[in-house]
Ligand binder design. Structure first.
Ligand SMILES: [Zn+2]
Length: 193
């Protein structure tokens, strides 16, 4: 299908992810938040580094492993100092790093995350007479958001309106996966006729 305009967005989380796990203090599954505090333990020439998470109900804590029995010499001095000073940027980076959670076998809540749509690119193509816009929304963190919700937010329409447009073929889905959706929509919905 041809189109006159292509717009790409990326869904970017605004905050670090919380972890869902059984809390011994609450005796049930709760959300644990990133405290943005590291714990460093030196054991001879080896280092352990953890990022501390805390139950949002009872303040029970648990540690996610950043380094385990790592040779101290192999950790750059600058990074080591950032652990010691609880560098917030570093804690944020780990708190959004899905590999880090996976390594720790921690279940991440990808459903209740605040996010923004960041526009990556907007291109006008040669077929200017085609009244369609092609929109791609990248979701690299795999946040759990229904496609209609993403579309409604991008086009600032209600979800019921989007549903109706999909049913009537006014809006056509192209690809749908957990990390990307794309669709075609008439230009006037994206502020250009
Ligand atoms: Zn708890």
């Amino acid at each position: 299908m041809s189109y006159s305009k292509k717009i790409e967005y990326e869904i970017v989380p605004k905050e670090t992810f919380s972890v869902i796990r059984n809390c011994p203090g609450c005796s049930r599954k709760t959300h644990f938040q990133n405290t943005k505090k590291f714990r460093v333990n030196a054991n001879g020439s080896r280092l352990d580094v953890w990022l501390i998470y805390q139950c949002e109900n009872c303040k029970h804590t648990f540690n996610l492993t950043v380094y385990e029995r790592q040779k101290a010499a192999s950790i750059p001095q600058k990074e080591y100092e950032r652990f010691l000073s609880n560098n917030e940027q570093l804690a944020d980076a780990y708190g959004k790093n899905l590999q880090f959670f996976k390594k720790n076998k921690a279940e991440v809540d990808l459903q209740n995350v605040e996010y923004v749509f960041q526009k990556l690119a907007e291109n006008i193509t040669d077929c200017r007479h085609d009244p369609q816009t092609y929109i791609i929304i990248h979701n690299p963190w795999g946040l759990k958001l229904r496609p209609e919700k993403q579309i409604a937010e991008i086009l600032t329409l209600s979800r019921s309106k989007v549903k109706k447009m999909l049913e009537q073929g006014e809006l056509k889905m192209d690809a749908v996966s957990s990390q990307l959706i794309s669709f075609y929509v008439p230009n006037h919905f994206t502020g250009q006729s």
